[in-house]
Design a protein. Structure first.
Length: 240
């Protein structure tokens, strides 16, 4: 399958949102809601690490997104350098500081149609995070990084399934998670009934496609796609 990645960054979801500041457009509404639906968990983890209970964190996170989707928080975006990740964190800090009493008393969603979010899964994920003393900001960055990688893995899986290569992907997926020489190509070749050289080529292609999708996923959250490499470095730093 041939994939043209040369022009994919021309218009990202975040650039669509930023271009529509001060006016309503269906495209911007869809783009912003998709970004929020995809990357909401890091904010939930941030609010939890601030000391809020599960129930309060759910209400606060949902209320925040209700306000955000009303476009009251898109002003002052330039201070975040055009990164959706940074924008969300600045915005939620402002929300918690300035809207605490109101948000704490609001019904979930604040009268606006709420995002459909998997709160049970969020609480499970939060509980299995390492119980260290990492700051809320660092936990937010780590949760963001994990969320991005999860979406890349899902996209890879879907691509292979669509190409009729689900079994190949299932066998080679561990090569994405381990060091270059941590796994045995010979064992994978035996399991797949393929020559070892063919497996090595397949792993090389899989890793290359993984990097391509990672850049695409990250670029969707940037106003300047040339920042993708810098943001990738931040992502891996958050996981280290």
């Amino acid at each position: 399958m041939t994939r043209d990645t040369g022009t994919i960054f021309a218009t990202t979801r975040w650039t669509v949102v930023l271009a529509a500041r001060g006016r309503n457009t269906p495209q911007a509404d869809v783009a912003l809601e998709e970004l929020c639906r995809t990357y909401w968990y890091p904010l939930y983890a941030y609010v939890r690490r601030q000391g809020h209970s599960r129930e309060d964190a759910e209400d606060l996170t949902q209320a925040f997104f209700a306000r955000l989707l009303e476009k009251n928080y898109l002003e002052g975006i330039s201070s975040t350098g055009g990164k959706f990740r940074a924008f969300l964190l600045v915005a939620v800090k402002r929300f918690l500081a300035n809207e605490w009493d109101r948000a704490n008393c609001q019904k979930r969603g604040g009268g606006v149609a709420p995002l459909s979010l998997d709160w049970q899964d969020a609480d499970t994920r939060y509980k299995i995070d390492p119980p260290d003393a990492v700051s809320p900001d660092k936990l937010y960055d780590r949760a963001w990084a994990i969320t991005v990688l999860e979406h890349v893995i899902i996209r890879l899986q879907d691509e292979h399934a669509a190409d009729g290569k689900a079994a190949l992907y299932a066998q080679l997926k561990p090569f994405l998670m381990a060091g270059k020489d941590a796994l045995s190509y010979g064992q994978a070749a035996t399991a797949l009934q393929m020559p070892e050289g063919t497996v090595r080529v397949a792993v090389h292609r899989l890793r290359r496609r993984y990097r391509e999708l990672l850049r695409e996923e990250i670029a969707q959250t940037l106003s300047d796609p040339t920042l993708a490499d810098e943001e990738m470095q931040s992502l891996f730093a958050a996981l280290s």
